[in-house]
Write a protein that binds this ligand. Structure first.
Ligand code: AQP
Length: 331
């Protein structure tokens, strides 16, 4: 029986956070034996926010190394860089022509990111979800593992697939989101009602996958909590709730076990033990990450072979699309 298809991507818009790991990378790894997985470093998405070219180059290879350090095996999954496969930009243009402005106007991420941008908002930030739809639909993905923040974008991908299929004829698989119930939204350590984001201007708001032991301990110690003083899992204590979520995902303990363990103990003890949990979970990832980064030839081999594999899958879909919309084949 043919394996179902998975697609997901991560932007090289900065160093990755434990939010990216818990909400995405960790889940990608779990899927690669059962599914035909395609994982992408979405550099074309990253340039919707101004990037320093040399940092973008570095971050792109960093994300690739981090994918593998988290457990993605390039022999099992297709691992590649988005800009190496021009079909993403090509399908994105076609999908732009069937996307309504009103739909894009409703996208929460655009509204939030445009608030942070200067007044010269670029059109790419607005059409970002259309490029994301192209990424997914090109590979005929059945499932898309993402964090909660991407749910609305995925709805648009589904909508565009259905619209194209009904306007022309069955062409695209309509993708389903795979969002874990737990850990799908890790919050900022400084503002626990906002999502943890790698582009946050406050470096204390996030833990990076490459942070040192001292940085991890210091950031957790400074994490915003409350004056209630007891470790409970409730919306009245969003800071503590977020820390419990991180603990639970990384230690494998249930929320109840964690609450019981810290009952009657202060936040200080909880935070210092949580720091240990995070450090222990990241330690092997950091070691592997460094090994991959030190081996540039291997990284190049991975992304070149990945691009070849991805290109042939993507071209197949694009050929179908061009034929259906009435483009004359080049011959
Ligand atoms: N805080 C989070 N909790 C759970 N999942 C998260 N993801 C991101 N932040 C969290 C998931 O990570 C994957 C890759 O995300 P991305 O880098 O493509 O873009 P993003 O969602 O915009 O992530 P950031 O860190 O907030 O990036 P910037 O700051 O550049 O915008 C996605 O599956 C996402 O859901």
């Amino acid at each position: 029986m043919e394996k179902k298809i998975v697609f997901s991507g991560v932007q090289p818009s900065g160093a990755l956070t434990i939010g990216n790991y818990i909400g995405a990378l960790r889940n990608f790894t779990e899927l690669q034996d059962e599914y035909d997985c395609n994982y992408c470093v979405v550099d074309m998405h990253a340039i919707t926010i101004p990037q320093v070219p040399k940092n973008l180059r570095k971050n792109t290879l960093d994300v690739l190394a981090m994918y593998m350090a988290s457990g993605i095996d390039p022999d099992k999954s297709t691992l590649f860089i988005q800009s190496h496969v021009p079909a993403h930009a090509e399908l994105s243009w076609v999908l732009n022509t069937i996307t309504y402005m009103g739909q894009l106007n409703r996208m929460t991420q655009f509204k939030e990111k445009s608030k942070k941008s200067d007044e010269n908002l670029n059109a790419g930030l607005f059409t970002y979800p259309v490029l994301m739809a192209a990424d997914i639909l090109l590979y005929q993905a059945d499932f898309v593992p993402v964090g909660e923040d991407q749910k609305q974008h995925l709805e648009l991908s589904r909508d565009l697939a259905e619209r194209f299929n009904s306007r022309y004829s069955d062409t695209f698989t309509v993708p389903e989101p795979l969002i874990k119930e737990f850990g799908a939204r890790i919050m900022s350590l400084q503002d626990p009602v906002a999502k943890m984001s790698k582009s946050d201007s406050d470096t204390n708001a996030y833990i990076l996958l490459q942070d040192s032991k001292d940085q991890i301990a210091r950031k957790i110690k400074r994490a915003v909590t409350d004056c209630i003083g007891s470790v409970n899992y409730t919306d009245e204590q969003p800071g503590i709730k977020n820390l419990i979520n991180i603990h639970s995902v990384l230690s494998g303990m249930s929320v109840d076990e964690i609450i019981k363990l810290y009952s009657g103990k202060g936040y200080g003890v909880f935070k210092s033990e949580l720091a240990e949990v995070v450090i222990d979970a990241l330690d092997p990832i950091q070691t592997r990450y460094q090994q991959y980064l030190d081996n540039k030839d291997f990284l190049e081999k991975v992304y070149s072979e990945g691009a070849n594999k991805a290109e042939s899958k993507a071209r197949k879909t694009l050929r179908k699309v061009y034929k259906k919309i009435g483009f004359v084949p080049r011959g």
